[in-house]
Design a binder for this molecule. Sequence first.
Ligand code: SAH
Length: 382
Amino acid sequence: MACPSEMYPAIPAPASAVHVLPMAEHIPSAVALPHILDPASDLDAWLASRGQPAWRGRAIQRWLHGRRAMTFADMTDLPRDLRESLEAEFRIWTTTVAVHKKADDGTEKLLLELADGQRIECVLLRDGERRTVCISSQVGCAMGCVFCASGIDGVVRNLTTGEITEQLQRLARLLPAEERLSHIVVMGMGEPLANLDRLLPALAMAQDPQGLGISQRRITISTVGLPPAIDRLAQADTGYHLAVSLHAADDALRTRLVPVNKAIGLADVMAAADRYWEASGRRLTFEYVLLGGVNDAPDQAADLARLLGGRAALVNIIPYNAVAGMPWKEPTASSRERFLDVLRDAGINVQVRRRKGAGIEAACGQLRRVAAGSAAGSLPVL
Ligand code: SAH
């Protein structure tokens, strides 16, 4: 639940920093029609059963991904009767945009309402040439990390492949025609490795040159660290970048912060991460949310350095993004610097995530709660 905390607002932005955009077009909720972008819909077989050539499937993909069609009627070079049959039998959109917010730094956030009324968040980040999207994999989260807004009410359900893909499609349409999405981070709501069966087809489609054409090297999956699923991902040989959320270098503290650790344990998480590295050859990232007075002491940095010692790893220090009603706080600047110094002196590669999206509840899981009135804060009525 927390998008690249490239976006975590620490200091509330002045109201003027937030622009609330008009709500996107209203699209009626899906009923039971298959999602055109869900591989389970098997568009190719459907086309074949109607005597349509296979290249029509590619033409539809091009319309959806490259030309950003919103409706089947937009696909003007398809025969009219084909467009009408597609319209009658498939959906392009099963979500509606409930809230669309934009921060001064170009970060945009969508709160999407799903066909069953559940809500999820996804974010577009602009950074130089990069156009990174942060997407959700589940409604809520079962992992229970104590500082995270997404898991407060547990997990409601997995997202479908179509719902995951739709986030990419919606965010791509926020860009001007000459810009393309460049990176995907699966760091929104949910535990992506608990929903691999639906996530992997969506990411494969995002890589497809007929689709968004995003190389696997620009796709990052962030996990709490579920060893069997990490192994599955390694076997799938996707080449995705793996980020493992550690937040503590000893089991007692990690279990306090990341309760699912009790049943797993750091040793198994690290062993699975090592196997992923061996299989993929990709440098691992370890995420560490710094919580003042909890996991930010120099000794704890030294423990972390020892835990990571010898690994080709990057430590991503995430500034804690305060969640209403939670007791955690950011570390002081001096304790943060001390923590970083200990890691650097031990030869560890460290990066501190930059904040983006100030003022738009950009950490995933937050906007959903604010919009539902379950957390302090106010949201303009749209
Ligand atoms: N379930 C995945 C994805 C979570 S979101 C995972 O655990 O990695 C991505 C990162 O944001 C995780 O490291 C998560 O622990 C962190 N995060 C969650 N809430 C946060 C908050 N309030 N402030 C800063 N980082 C947070």
